[in-house]
Design a protein around this ligand. Structure first.
Ligand code: HAS
Length: 536
């Protein structure tokens, strides 16, 4: 619950920053008291993209592990250590941003330099998250020892994969922060190798998005079937899709660097092929969800081609919010495939289309699923219940979010196709003709963003209600069982050495030669640049 508190405080602060951004980009509003647009944008990206997600996910992981494999008092103490290390790191990072000494956005691209404390704080957040992961692995290990020959419970298996994915991926960001950014920002190193830093960042940055997505998939595979009165379609399919995510989410970072000079085109091509591989487990997930919906509906007596669709509990927000998240992932995922296609990437890269893409994926698919989880998880943890009134408010919240996001993200996608840049404040670009095409969409963005902020206020209100004021009682922790006639899960799913071995082999294959090439043929490193100029 402590992790979830931080997540919801972050939601409010980050959402407020988002509101200010869309106002500024409408061209009708200037930030007061000399506050800088890029400072606000950095708070928004760091607090929503890195803080909210990581805290919510780790809290959710702990709750799933507690329910399935249990947690000892000793493990709980180490989990608290993880929490406090992360909080100290978060506060350090937040202070530097608020003091205007780290307006480097959430991707902190070199050669923009932040105050050293910004990087040290981020490193602490990562270290804290590793400690949490170690606790999760230990939980599974002890459970396996006590239950020889039994398969690890599905959700514990999924948490293990997600923490493994996170650990292997975050080694990249830890390396660039410790070896490159901290010495350079402290003045011990005069220059930084920009391409190496970006490559290590994206080695981490892409799997990061699956670290966000997989907890949503955990709920789709194992929680949603229970809520709709059904069963898990296939335990093996669910495990296989998670294993495929472990394999393919890391060796694909180059698809964020397709226009980056200095990376050999052959290796970009190879990583694009691997990117298309990572879409497969998502398609398997879509298939599995349809199967669950249909089988459950037919069992309840709803026949015909689409009759089963009617049985879904549309008035239950625990289902409705994640379902809208699933729907949003159809255009969101299709947009991802467009981004990954080398030629089309040249059209949309560094345009606000990309911002539209990730507001559909992380800010809709993932967030609406996290909200869907919160409706039962928070009252479950606080010993309260989800009342009919809060449920109804939740449905309204989901609709408000969907309207706001459709307008905002739609406007971003269209503007991106017209060439409007991302990561930029309002500008008329010297009266350029092309810019006039964007203005209307920037207004739409502001309208959508304002509706979304209303959605955030509603959600924070619901959170406070569920955490402190809802009637006392017992809220179910819904975990579904597998279909009776499902094929038994093969034993080799527990072969962790094999999964880790294949993952490492794929990473070495995709990165060794291009990385050596990048280091051997690097242009001169860069001295630091400060923003705002002369501020640091
Ligand atoms: Fe992405 C940029 C490619 C998925 C997040 N992405 C980003 C950035 C973020 C992000 C934050 O190749 C910006 C980073 C930055 O700041 O620069 N993305 C992909 C691909 C996928 C993908 C191929 N992205 C995500 C997810 C994210 C996320 C998930 C967050 C959670 N993305 C890219 C690329 C870029 C990029 C390039 C760089 C662009 C550039 O140039 O800068 C795939 O994983 C997508 C596969 C998904 C599917 C959809 C499956 C559909 C499902 C729903 C089923 C629905 C049901 C309901 C069951 C194939 C599972 C049905 C009911 C009915 C009634 C119909």
């Amino acid at each position: 619950m402590s992790f979830i508190y931080v997540a919801f405080i972050s939601l409010f602060i980050g959402g407020l920053m988002g509101l200010l951004q869309v106002f500024v980009r409408s061209g009708r509003f200037t930030l007061p008291w000399g506050i800088d647009y890029y400072q606000v944008l950095t708070v928004h990206g760091v607090i929503l993209g890195l803080v909210l997600t990581t805290y919510f996910i780790i809290g959710f992981h702990f709750s799933l592990m507690g329910k399935t494999v249990g947690i000892s008092d000793k493990q709980r103490k180490v989990a608290w250590l993880a929490f406090w290390v992360m909080v100290i790191g978060t506060v350090m990072t937040a202070v530097t941003i608020l003091l205007g000494k780290a307006s480097v956005l959430y991707t902190f691209y070199a050669p923009l330099k932040a105050h050293p404390v910004f990087y040290i704080g981020l490193a602490l957040v990562v270290v804290g998250s590793w400690v949490a992961g170690f606790v999760n692995w230990r939980q599974v290990y002890l459970w396996k020892k006590a239950h020889p020959g039994e398969k690890t419970p599905l959700l514990a298996f999924m948490v293990t994969i997600n923490t493994l994915l996170w650990f292997i991926a975050s080694l990249g960001v830890a390396a660039t922060v410790l070896i490159q950014f901290i010495p350079w920002s402290l003045g011990y190193a005069e220059t930084i190798n920009v391409l190496v830093s970006r490559t290590l960042f994206w080695y981490f940055g892409h799997p990061l998005v699956y670290f966000w997505l997989l907890p949503a998939y955990m709920a789709w595979y194992a929680v949603i079937p229970k809520i709709i009165g059904g069963k898990i379609f296939s335990d093996s399919l669910a495990r296989m899709s998670f294993v495929l995510f472990l394999f393919f989410s890391i060796p694909v970072g180059f698809h964020h660097q397709l226009v980056e000079p200095g990376i050999d085109a052959t290796w970009k091509f190879i990583q694009v092929v691997l990117t298309f591989m990572v879409a497969i487990p998502s398609l398997m997930t879509a298939f599995s969800m349809f199967a669950t919906f249909e089988i459950t509906g037919r069992r309840k007596g709803f026949g015909g081609l689409f009759g089963w669709f009617k049985h879904l509990p549309w008035k239950d927000v625990r289902f409705f919010a994640p379902f809208v998240g699933m729907l949003a992932f159809i255009p969101g995922g299709a947009g991802g495939l467009i981004n990954a296609s080398h030629q089309m990437n040249a059209v949309i890269h560094n345009t606000i289309w990309v911002t539209g893409h990730f507001h559909l994926t992380v800010a809709t698919t993932v967030m609406l699923t996290f909200f869907g989880i919160s409706y039962w998880l928070i009252p479950h943890l606080t010993g309260r219940t989800l009342t009919k009134k809060i449920n109804k408010l939740g449905i309204i919240q989901t609709i408000v979010w969907t309207i706001g996001m459709t307008i905002m993200s739609g406007a971003m996608h269209i503007q991106g196709l017209l060439g409007a840049p991302r990561r930029s404040s309002y500008s008329e670009y010297g009266g350029g003709e092309q810019v006039t095409e964007w203005i209307g969409y920037q207004m739409a963005q502001a309208i959508g963003g304002t509706i979304l902020f209303i959605g955030i206020i509603l959600m924070v209100y619901i959170f406070v209600k569920l955490a402190f004021f809802a009637p006392k009682g017992e809220e179910e922790f819904p975990i579904a069982e597998e279909e009776e006639d499902a094929e038994p899960t093969p034993k080799w799913f527990e072969n962790w050495k094999l999964w880790i071995g294949i993952t490492v082999a794929l990473i070495l294959f995709a990165y060794t030669i291009p990385f050596v090439d990048i280091i051997q043929n690097s242009p001169p490193g860069s001295v630091p640049f400060d923003w705002p100029i002369g501020n640091n």
